[in-house]
Design a protein around this ligand. Sequence first.
Ligand SMILES: *[C@@H]1O[C@H](CO)[C@@H](O)[C@H](O)[C@H]1NC(C)=O
Ligand SMILES: *[C@@H]1O[C@H](CO)[C@@H](O)[C@H](O)[C@H]1NC(C)=O
Ligand SMILES: *[C@@H]1O[C@H](CO)[C@@H](O)[C@H](O)[C@H]1NC(C)=O
Ligand SMILES: [Zn+2]
Length: 505
Amino acid sequence: MAFVSTTSVLFMLFILTSAKSIPNYIENRINLIESEVDMQLGSDVILNDDEKQANEILMHWKQKEIEESFRNPQHFNFSKHYFAYKNDIPKSKVYQIIKRMPKGAVLHVHSSLMLSADRLLNLTYEEHLYMCNDDGDLQFRFSEDTPKSPCSIDWVLLKDLRNLNGAKFDESLKEYLTLFSESDSVCSKTNDINSIWRKFEKVSNLVSQLIIYRPVTEKFFYEALIEFYEDNIQYIEIRSGLKTLYELNGTVHDKLYMPRLYREVAERFKRDHPDFVGVKLIVTRHRLKTDEEIRKTINMARQVKQELPSFFAGFDLVGQEDLGRPLSDILPFLAEAKNDLQYYFHGGETNWYGTSADENLFDAVLLGSKRIGHAYGLIKHPSLLMAVKQKDIALEVNVVSNVVLGLVHDVRNHPLATYLALGLPVVLSSDDPGVWGADPLSHDFYITFVGVASKRADLRLLKQLAINSIKYSTLNIQHKEILFRVFYSKWDVFIKQVLTMSATL
Ligand SMILES: *[C@@H]1O[C@H](CO)[C@@H](O)[C@H](O)[C@H]1NC(C)=O
Ligand SMILES: *[C@@H]1O[C@H](CO)[C@@H](O)[C@H](O)[C@H]1NC(C)=O
Ligand SMILES: *[C@@H]1O[C@H](CO)[C@@H](O)[C@H](O)[C@H]1NC(C)=O
Ligand SMILES: [Zn+2]
């Protein structure tokens, strides 16, 4: 445990207050600061000469950004809603460096919400797509003839609507495929968490309808992998429900078809991109489902594990924790499958203290969760903070998600700052980057590095976060080694790039 004990802090304070001379005081001050710095995530990383030089360049730009904001807090972007400054991020030199950085793995992302709205919109150009628009409630269905599924108005061929309405059509359709809007109406500070989540689940449902048509599923997932790959990500653990895919002629596939298809697409992507290491699947179910439905999915997860052992990673429950069933409610099933399935539970994605959502954190630890999704409320639980450190349970922190979904308005107040200071096993991820138009990972890294972490936190933190993403992945030892090898060789190239960038900055 890296916590400084209370007695040693008191002892330090005693020394400080009884300091007889300034030199003594200064030395004690240095020691006190150092004891803290030693605890921070990244403090164990030792930089070589090239890395030190790259670090100087990186820190020059980081300090500059922070100092400017410190002098002009009215212009400080990270205390505003993400949507207010998102499009300006590419101007940042720190971001430009982070963008090029190899980041290892993404360990917390929901596959149906990986892809950006622009590329999703492109998928609506596929033939045979019908749309039902019931006063702003949209449905999609691919079909040879008019779909038979219920629509209170009329199913209309999307192509016809598009031809009728021109370019404006795409603009308005896109708004249904993302939470992002320039005017920031739904997600502004005046909106409560439940209404943001309602809009979020609506987008999520519509996207799901688009991508469960088998030919689109393949294109969708391949495109999503391209976006992640281009953001310098080498490996991904996706979370997904087992969706029923269908064909144009009405054929409906069984639920194991989807993981098979995802695996095939991932394999094809790997063949096309030999420096991409792969994908694994965490099977999920919505936490509002009944006992019976959840039990079924657990059994299906067992089948996926049996049939695709190298693709299967584990099990999780998804959906808004505040309104969903707590883990303790489903305990009998979860405890029963505990030794069969590895758990990667969402836990404590809430601002409430002492509620069932907050206390999911206890169950996640007790049920042997290998990592915890968000763990936003963990900061309020000293015994769990210790348990997480002792058991080496990684925290999958998603800063941009927490802003957009209404947990935190000013990222300087994000509990991640404390997790980093305590040297907890943190990995950064992006949750649903497609839905809010974020980079697959670079925005989360950039905002964390400049807005959440200490002003002094440097390249060592970034490197440790990338290393953690590999270390806490579910890959076996051999595959971790492969991933580390790929990562380190990209890292060397990245450092050289930063050094040549300095000339042009
Ligand atoms: C902050 O956002 C403003 C626009 O709101 C933009 O002009 C500026 O470049 C941004 N600063 C940084 C460091 O991204
Ligand atoms: C959209 O799809 C077309 C082909 O259907 C492709 O040529 C184009 O590059 C795509 N655009 C994007 C942004 O993916
Ligand atoms: C329906 O389409 C799929 C994919 O094109 C094909 O494999 C299947 O044989 C078709 N089934 C029927 C009954 O036509
Ligand atoms: Zn999530």
